[in-house]
Design a protein around this ligand. Structure first.
Ligand SMILES: [Zn+2]
Length: 113
């Protein structure tokens, strides 16, 4: 049943993409955490991505007498991941979250052959 739902979603996304002119599937990409990473579903790239992020920051600007500004404190109050695209093939519609295990860590949890 899982693959059927995914196919329906893909079809719906294609339809919306054509009518709206915007790829809705890119909006589902999330930042990887300590146990996950991105993977390009088209070419298998795991290491190189172009990332577009929108940040809102709260800053403390301290001006010298001469008028030269220096930002002494900055805090990111909101961060929005807008788009992730593959550096190799340029695709942004199939960037998926996959677990990190089995690549550079010991295969203890994976189970041998
Ligand atoms: Zn790719």
């Amino acid at each position: 049943m899982g693959p059927v739902q995914q196919t329906r979603f893909e079809a719906a996304a294609d339809l919306l993409e054509r009518s709206v002119g915007y790829d809705l599937r890119t909006m589902t990409v999330e930042l990887p955490d300590a146990h996950t990473r991105w993977r390009c579903g088209h070419c298998g790239n795991l290491t190189r991505f172009d990332v577009v992020r929108a940040r809102t920051a709260s800053e403390y600007w301290h001006f010298t007498i001469g008028g030269e500004p220096e930002i002494e404190e900055a805090e990111v109050t909101n961060e929005d991941l807008q788009q992730v695209s593959c550096r190799w093939c340029g695709a942004s519609d199939r960037i998926e979250i996959v677990p990190r295990h089995g690549l550079e860590e010991s295969p203890n949890e994976v189970g041998g052959p």
